[in-house]
Ligand binder design. Sequence first.
Ligand code: GDP
Ligand code: IMO
Ligand code: MG
Length: 428
Amino acid sequence: MAIVAVVGLQWGDEGKGKIIDLLTPQVELVIRCQGGANAGHTVVVGEERYVFHQIPSGILHAHTRCILGAGTVIDPEALVEEIAQLQARGVPLHERLFISPKAHLSLPYHRLLDQGREAWRGEQRIGTTGRGIGPTYADKATRCGLRVHHLLHPEQFRTAVTPVLAEKNFLLEHFFHLPPVDLEALCRAYAAYGETLRPFVRDTDSLVRDALQRGAHVLLEGAQGTLLDLDHGTYPYVTSSNTCASGLCSGAGIAPTRLTHVLGVLKAYTTRVGMGPFPTELHDATGALLRERGQEYGATTGRSRRCGWFDAVSVRYSVWHNGVTSLALTKLDVLDPLPRVALCTAYRYKGTLLRELPGDTAVLAKVEPVYEELPGWQHSTRGLTDYTAFPAAAQRYIERIAELVECDIAIVSTGDSRTETVVRRPLF
Ligand code: GDP
Ligand code: IMO
Ligand code: MG
C-alpha cells in the first residue's frame, strides 16, 4: 500500500494536474484535499485539453475513483457546470466521483465578499481568484459555514443560511455597496444544485477506509502551492487553506502516520499569480520568454503569471515543510533556447546573506536574489522520455537543483502531455 501526497512547492501551477494524471493508473483513489474552484489543474491527452477546478485530476482514468474530501470548499454552481462539461465530453462520473458531506460550501455571498474586499483593499489587495475562497474558509473557522449535507436538505439549508445571510447582506449593502443576495432565489437555486449533486455525495470516510484496509494505493492531490499555504506561505499573500502535505492529510481525513511518500512538484523556473513578494521575478525579455514559451496564463482566471528564475531558497524551505521524499520537475523544455540559466541560491538583505526564507513577508519583499549562473543547453528537450538523451548542460541544471533543494528528482516532465515524461525512479 502506498499513500502518496502530491504537493506544489512554489506558488501553484507547477504542473500538479499533469503529474496526478500520469500516476493515476496505478492507484485506486485520488482525493482532492483542500482548496476549491480557485485551482486550475491542466491535463493534456493527445489533442484534448482538460482544466479541472474542483474535480480531481485523476478522473480521466476509468478504473480510478475520485473524491472531494472534507477539507475542500465546494462551489455547487461551478461544480454542477464542471460535471456537465465533463459528461458532455464523454467522461463517465457515475460511481466514480464522490463528494464528502463534510466539505464546506462556497456560496454567492462568499464570491461577492471576496470581490468586494479585494476592490476595497485597492493597492493592498491579495490578487485572489475571486472565487470566494477566503470568505468560505473564514466562515468555516467562525463556525457559520454551510456544508454539503445542508445542500441535500433544503429546509436545513434555509435554517442555516437565513441568519448568516442577514449578516452578509448587511456587509454587502452597507459596507461594500453591493447588491444583497436574495434568500428565496438562493434557496431555490441551491435546492436544485443539491438534487444534481445528490448522487455524488457519499460517506467518503468509509470509501477511504475500505480502500486502505484492502491495501490500495491512493493519491492525495494538493491544490495551490506551499508558498501559498495559510500558515507557512508568504502571508497575507496566500490562499486560505493549508496546502502542505499535513494539510492534505487533514483535508482527506487520513492520519499523517499513513503517508508513505510525498511527491513535490516544481517548475524549472518560478511563476506567481496575484500580488506578493517574488524575489526572482524578471521584468525583462527573459521573463517574457518564459511567459510565452511556458504559456503562463492562469488556468482559472486567464491572468498573466509573473515569471522568474528558479528560487532554490524557497523550494528548499518547501521540501522541508512537506517532508518531500522525491521531486517531479516540470517545464524544463521552456528553458531550451536560453544561452544561460540562473538559480537563486541565497538572498541578500541589508548587506547580510540569508540562506533561509524569512518569515516576515515585508523582509522577503526587500531581499535581492543571489544567483548562480549555469550554461544553457540551446537544444530541444521537448518530449524526451529517456534521461540519458538530455544534453549534458540540462542534466547539470537538473542535478544542481536536486543538490540545492536537497532532494532527488524522480520525474522530469518534458511537455504538457502524458507521454512527454521521464520517470527516473518509479513511485509505486
Ligand atoms: P497545476 O495547477 O499545478 O496543475 O498546473 P497548471 O495546469 O495550472 O499549469 C501548468 C501548465 O503547464 C499547464 O498548461 C500544463 O499543461 C503545462 N505543463 C505541465 N508540464 C509541462 C511540461 O513539462 N512542459 C510544458 N511545456 N508544459 C507543461
Ligand atoms: P493551482 O491549484 C496559482 C493564488 C491567487 C492569489 C492567492 C489567493 O492551480 O496551483 P484565493 O482565490 O485562493 O483566495 O487567492 O492564491 N492562487 C493560485 N495561484 N495556482 C493556484 O491553484 C492558485 N489558487 C490560488 O492568485 O494570489
Ligand atoms: Mg493551476
